[in-house]
Write a protein that binds this ligand. Sequence first.
Ligand code: NDP
Ligand code: 2IT
Length: 444
Amino acid sequence: MSYVDEVLERVIAKNPAEPEFHQAVKEVLNSLRPIIEANEEKYRKEALLERITEPDRQFKFRVPWVDDKGQVQVNTGYRVQFNNSIGPYKGGLRLHPSVNLGIIKFLGFEQIFKNSLTGLPIGGGKGGSDFDPKGKSDREVMAFCQSFMTELCKYIGADTDVPAGDIGTGAREIGYMFGQFKKIRGTYEGVLTGKGLSYGGSLARTEATGYGLLYLTAEMLKCNGHDIKGKTVCISGSGNVAIYATQKAQQLGAKVVTVSDSTGWVYDAEGIDVNLLKEVKEVKRARLTEYAAARPSAEYHEGRGVWSIKCDIALPCATQNELLLDDAKALVTNGCIAVAEGANMPTTLEATEYLQQNKVLFAPGKAANAGGVATSALEMSQNSERLSWSFEEVDSKLQNIMVNIFHNLDDAAKRYGKEGDYVAGANIAGFEKVAEAMIAQGVV
Ligand code: NDP
Ligand code: 2IT
């Protein structure tokens, strides 16, 4: 049996009931086959694949808090420190009722390669909780965040592990967590990114994931003879990534006609009104029905359906496994030329394969959404030098990083005879640096 197959079997056997983690490992290891086969003896002796698929450590803890009725609630908190070969653990905190260890491990595993692709010195980690911020008062959210950080603060630090936002964790949650870290540990340090601008946050971090997604998508299109200007775009999600992807797509001259949330989706033939979307989602924290009610050109539909709309470019920006094989077929039938993942692993393995077989340009999340964590690393740099850079400076660094990521994965794919396979390119380019660092640092 090949080394890759042996390790895949072992990962599945050792980590039962973690389907998302299995999916992420399968995608990465399968596409690393050319580089693993070229170095099989060395990597086997080093047990490199066994080591890279086993987190350095993982924390799971009780998070008790008191709700507005005086009732004690109990959630579960997680932090998985996956790999710090090239820098401190770095990755977001997801707050969503679906969170479990397997989901945090898939996200942490992806983060290793994504962070490597940024070219910046950050390792891979992820955390979160099954707490649902939806419908909670500010005080309840604060109570949860304080309790969560009371435990998490033992394991993190500006040079050890630097969490940030993800689904359900935005500026409000990061603020409460930062306050509690400072209160308990007594140090003022860049222990979290995505902070508010008044206390060490970076300009352009809020926009970074969505903007970065469009910078990479535009470069991918350009290198394949297309122009993003004038294209029709379908976006899923209506959170941080989706909002700023919509905004940048419009700035680049494309028309975004859909957004979605967990209950339904909107088709807006005149193009999404991003200011209205921000008002509904960022200020009122309301449902998309409110967007549709305020916008005559918008149709609201219950359930799923974004990928049934005819578009040139599809940008899934909500969550994992939200673009299925049937969706991929509909996109191909409708003439879609490119899919770029704003979310982490939004496209199933079979949908990805179908899109690639049908010559749809496909940019995987670990490359396409790396602008968020890259800008987090820029926030860490600013915190270390105790300075703040202008919006333009951060944004121009972000653009350079995204263009470089695309060329690095394009080159890596070509080097291994996989031209145009950006999934393989991203995994190979991300893996090479981490593998070299792991081997150089010995058996640790
Ligand atoms: P937000 O919480 O701001 O928004 C999430 C959006 O996705 C909401 O519209 C939400 O709808 C929808 N959504 C979440 N879970 C589900 C679900 N199970 N089914 C259907 N819809 C769902 O999160 P972000 O925008 O920050 O994150 C979106 C994706 O991007 C995630 O995969 C995240 O890991 C990834 N990402 C985020 C980065 C960042 O910097 N924030 C960086 C890189 C990747 P509703 O409000 O109804 O729940
Ligand atoms: O998935 C991701 O890359 C993020 N949620 C951002 C992580 C970060 O540390 O900024």
